[in-house]
Design a protein around this ligand. Structure first.
Ligand SMILES: [Zn+2]
Ligand SMILES: [Zn+2]
Ligand SMILES: [Zn+2]
Length: 149
């Protein structure tokens, strides 16, 4: 029991560190949202965040997520389903610029979206066009669903 508590304390200070590094004030809501993202290790949709953090009202959660996007803590993952998902940013993301270009994978069985941070979106050469950003979502069956077979 004590051991568990100790681990939580360590993590809590890590989350505080993340917030401070991105010039965000430490609030309970921000810590709780961060905790969800770091413990799940995959992207979360607004719906899931709302369900898991019932204690906070929607507006507070939206504001928290938006402040994380502004400051380079989270990034929005475009998804044709209409409900946005968010993933943890790379260490190098700042309020000025999100600096990642990774592929996302959406599982058709569990619906989870993963950030594949070691795979980048291939560069497409389009003469005459100016690309501002590009996204790639690969659909299929994720590792854990595949293992369950
Ligand atoms: Zn980012
Ligand atoms: Zn899956
Ligand atoms: Zn991502």
């Amino acid at each position: 029991m004590l051991h568990k508590l100790y681990i939580y304390e360590v993590k809590y200070s890590d989350y505080k560190h993340v917030l401070k590094k991105h010039n965000l004030r430490v609030t309970d809501c921000r810590i709780d949202v961060l905790e969800r993202f770091y413990s799940k290790k995959h992207a979360l949709s607004m719906k899931v965040i709302e369900t898991e953090l019932e204690g906070y009202d929607r507006v507070t959660l939206y504001r928290t997520i938006n402040s994380f996007i502004d400051k380079g803590v989270l990034h929005r993952i475009p998804d044709e389903s209409g409900s946005a998902s968010y993933g943890i940013c790379a260490e190098t993301c700042t309020a000025e610029k999100h600096s990642h270009n990774h592929v996302h994978f959406k599982c058709s069985r569990c619906g989870q979206i993963d950030c594949l941070s070691s795979y980048s979106v291939p560069v497409v050469d389009l003469p005459g066009y100016e690309i501002s950003d590009s996204n790639l979502i690969i659909n299929g069956v994720c590792k854990s669903c595949n293992h369950a077979n």
